[in-house]
Design a binder for this molecule. Structure first.
Ligand code: PMP
Length: 284
C-alpha cells in the first residue's frame, strides 16, 4: 500500500511519524473517514468542511488547502487501485520534539497522514443484509463528541463489550438517553416515524446522518429529532445506524430484544438503497 505522510507518498513500511507527535502522546488529533465507491469519493465536501470545523474548535492549523486534500485523496485512490473502500485522514498537532502539556509554538507544523483501506463489497455487504445486533452501554466519553478526535479508546472498548455479549455494536446512553453508536449515529422507527437525537456537543455531526435525513425528507418520510431512550428503541418497529463506512446499517436487535420480525426493516433498507444510489451519482 502507498500511504501519504506530510507531503510524501511512500510505501506503508517507510512512512514515519515522530514518537513525540501529540497525536500519539495526547490523542491531540482529528480525523475523517471518506468512503470510495466506483473509484470515486463519497461526500468529500462534507468531510472537508467537518475537518475544518474540528481543527478550528481545537485551534489546530490546517495542514493544507481543501483542494490539496482532494488531490491527495484522489491520488491515493489511484495509486492503490481502490474501487470500493475507505480513506483515513488524520491531522495531529505535531510536536516540538518533546512531551509537554502546553501546545507547541504556532510555527509547529501539523502532521498529516492518509491511507486507504481496500474493501471490495463494501456497498453490497452481507452485514447489512443480516442487520446488526446492538447492546447498550453507559456513555462515559468527554463532552465534545462533536469534534472528531482520535480519542477512540472507549468506543473501541464498547465494540469489545458488544462482541463479548454476542452482538455487533453498542449504543451509548447518557442521562437515560441514547447518544449514538460507537462509530455511527443511531435511529429507530416506530409507526413510520424516524427518531434520532438532535445535533449538539453530545454527538458527532455525521456526514451520512445529514445526507440520510435530507433523503428521508425528500422521500416524504416523517422525522423527529429528539432525545430517546433505549426502551423506546427496544419497542421500535425497526432501527438503523448511519456512518460513512457502513452507510445505512439496519439494526435488528437491541439488548437481546428482536425488532419486528428480527430482519432489516423496510425503511432502513429503502434508505440504504436511496443513499447508495444518490451517493454514487454525486461521487467525485
Ligand atoms: N458517531 C460517531 C461516534 C462516529 O465515530 C461516526 C463515524 N466516524 C459517526 C457518528 C458517523 O459519522 P459519519 O456519518 O460522518 O461517518
Amino acid at each position: 500500500r502507498t500511504v501519504y505522510v506530510n507531503g510524501e507518498y511512500l510505501p506503508e513500511t517507510e512512512a514515519t511519524v515522530s514518537i513525540f507527535d501529540r497525536g500519539f502522546l495526547f490523542a491531540d488529533a482529528v480525523y475523517e473517514v471518506t468512503s470510495v465507491l466506483d473509484g470515486k469519493l463519497i461526500d468529500f465536501e462534507g468531510h472537508a468542511v467537518r475537518l475544518e470545523r474540528s481543527l478550528n474548535e481545537l485551534d489546530m492549523q490546517a495542514p493544507c488547502t481543501k483542494e490539496e486534500l482532494l488531490e491527495i485523496h484522489r491520488k491515493l485512490v489511484e495509486l492503490n487501485g481502490i474501487e470500493e473502500g475507505l480513506i483515513y485522514l488524520q491531522v495531529s498537532r505535531g510536536s516540538d520534539g518533546d512531551r509537554d502539556f502546553v501546545f507547541p509554538s504556532e510555527d509547529t507544523k501539523p502532521t498529516l497522514v492518509l491511507f486507504t483501506q481496500n474493501k471490495p463489497g463494501l456497498a453490497n455487504s452481507s452485514a447489512a443484509q443480516k442487520g446488526a445486533k446492538v447492546i447498550s452501554i453507559e456513555d462515559i466519553r468527554w463532552g465534545r463528541r462533536d469534534i472528531k478526535t482520535v480519542q477512540l479508546l472507549y468506543p473501541s472498548m464498547g465494540k469489545m463489550m458488544a462482541k463479548a455479549a454476542g452482538a455487533d455494536d453498542a449504543w451509548m446512553i447518557e442521562d437515560g438517553y441514547v447518544t449514538e453508536g460507537t462509530s455511527n449515529n443511531a435511529y429507530y422507527v416506530k409507526d413510520g416515524v424516524i427518531v434520532t437525537r438532535p445535533l449538539s456537543n453530545d454527538i458527532l455531526h455525521g456526514i451520512t446522518r445529514k445526507a440520510v435525513l435530507r433523503l428521508a425528507e425528500e422521500a416524504q418520510m416523517k422525522i423527529e429529532e429528539r432525545l430517546f431512550t433505549i426502551d423506546e428503541a427496544k419497542e421500535a418497529d425497526e432501527a438503523f445506524t448511519t456512518s460513512a463506512s457502513a452507510f445505512v446499517m439496519p439494526v435488528v436487535e437491541v439488548d437481546g430484544v428482536a425488532l419486528g420480525d428480527g430482519t432489516p426493516g423496510p425503511i432502513a433498507k429503502r434508505l440504504r438503497e436511496i443513499y447508495l444510489e444518490e451517493s454514487r451519482a454525486q461521487a467525485i
